[in-house]
Design a protein around this ligand. Structure first.
Ligand SMILES: NC(=O)C1=CN([C@@H]2O[C@H](COP(=O)(O)OP(=O)(O)OC[C@H]3O[C@@H](n4cnc5c(N)ncnc54)[C@H](O)[C@@H]3O)[C@@H](O)[C@H]2O)C=CC1
Ligand SMILES: O=C(O)[C@@H]1CCC=N1
Length: 266
C-alpha cells in the first residue's frame, strides 16, 4: 500500500518515474497512461509496471501523482474518487490547480501536495517547489516525500500563494532557456561554427553561467559586469540586447505565464 503511482507518464511524468524508480526500486512504483503504446514505451525505458486503469492504480498505491494536463483532471477524479481513503496522499504536478479545488473534487479527507517540477528532472537536475495541505503528515510520510522529490533534482517548500509564480520561474522557464540556446547556436552557425559544436559551446556557457550564480552567490548583474570588458565585445552585445527589449521580453513572458496559470483553475 506504500507504493507511488503515477497517473500520466508524459513529458513530466516519465522523468519523475525514472528518478523515483532508481531510488525506491521499480517494484515500489506503478503508472498508468491513456495509450497502450505509451505504457509499453515507458515500461521498456524504466522497468516500471503499469496498471490497466486509474482505479486499479489508486487501489494499489498510497501516493498518487496526478501527472496529466489540467484539462483531464475531471475524468481522473471520477476514476479514482471512490477508491480514496484518508491514508492516500495526492501529489499534483499541474500548473494552476489549487489544493482547495482538488479537495473539493476528491473529498476533504484526502491529503494533497501541490507541486511544480520541471523537465530537467530527466537528467537529475530538476527544480521543484511544493506545498502541503493543512492536514497532518507523519514523519515517515514527510521523509518519503523528501526522498521522492530529491530522486530527480532539488526542491523548495513554499506557500501555496507562490505556486503560480513558480510555474513561470522554474516550471516553464526551461522552454525559454532552450529558445535562447537555439537562437545562440543558430547565430554561431551563421558565423561558421559547425552545428554540433554550436550546441556544445552555447549549452555549456549556459550551464557554467547558472553554476556561477548558484555557487558564488554573487549578484547576476555583477557577474555580467565581469564579462563586459571596457570598450569590448560583450558590452556592445548587451547594448543590442537592451535595444531589442531582452529583459522586458522575459518579464512580459512571465506575465503571460502567470495569467495562464491562474486561468487553469477555473
Ligand atoms: N511538461 C512540463 O515541462 C511540465 C508539466 N507539468 C504539468 O505536468 C502535467 C502533465 O504535463 P506533460 O507531462 O507535459 O503532459 P503530456 O501530455 O506529455 O503527458 C500527459 C500524459 O497523461 C496521459 N493521460 C491523459 N489523460 C489521462 C487519463 N485520463 N488517465 C491516465 N493518463 C492520462 C496522456 O496519455 C499523456 O501520456 C500537466 O498538468 C502540467 O501542468 C509541470 C511541470 C512541468
Ligand atoms: O506548459 C505548461 O502548462 C506546463 C506547466 C509548466 C511547464 N509546462
Amino acid at each position: 500500500m506504500n507504493k507511488i503511482g503515477f497517473i500520466g507518464a508524459g513529458n513530466m511524468g516519465l522523468p519523475m518515474i525514472a528518478g523515483a524508480s532508481r531510488v525506491f526500486g521499480t517494484e515500489s512504483i506503478l503508472f498508468t497512461s491513456k495509450s497502450d503504446g505509451r505504457k509499453e514505451a515507458v515500461h521498456q525505458k524504466t522497468g516500471v509496471l503499469y496498471t490497466e486503469d486509474n482505479k486499479s492504480l489508486a487501489e494499489a498505491c498510497k501516493y498518487i501523482v496526478l501527472a496529466v494536463k489540467p484539462q483531464f483532471f475531471g475524468e481522473v477524479y471520477q476514476d479514482i474518487k471512490e477508491s480514496l481513503t484518508k491514508e492516500h496522499i495526492i501529489i499534483s504536478i499541474a500548473a494552476g490547480i489549487t489544493i482547495d479545488s482538488i479537495k473539493q473534487a476528491l473529498g476533504e479527507q484526502v491529503r494533497v501536495i501541490r507541486s511544480m517540477p520541471n523537465t530537467p528532472a530527466l537528467v537529475g537536475e530538476g527544480m521543484s517547489a511544493l506545498c502541503f495541505s493543512k492536514d497532518e503528515y507523519t514523519t515517515v510520510e514527510k521523509e518519503l516525500i523528501d526522498m521522492f522529490f530529491l530522486s530527480f533534482g532539488k526542491y523548495e517548500i513554499v506557500d501555496e500563494n507562490l505556486m503560480n509564480s513558480i510555474v513561470c520561474a522554474s516550471g516553464s522557464s526551461p522552454a525559454y532557456v532552450y529558445m535562447f540556446i537555439e537562437a545562440l547556436a543558430d547565430s554561431a552557425v551563421k558565423y561558421g561554427i559547425p552545428r554540433e559544436k554550436a550546441y556544445k559551446l552555447t549549452a555549456q556557457a549556459v550551464l557554467g553561467a547558472a553554476r556561477m550564480v548558484l555557487e558564488t552567490g554573487e549578484h547576476p548583474g555583477s557577474l555580467k559586469d565581469k564579462v563586459c570588458s571596457p570598450g569590448g565585445t560583450t558590452i556592445a552585445a548587451v547594448e543590442a540586447l537592451e535595444e531589442y527589449g531582452f529583459r522586458n521580453a522575459i518579464m512580459k513572458a512571465t506575465d503571460a505565464c502567470y495569467e495562464k496559470a491562474v486561468s487553469l483553475n477555473k
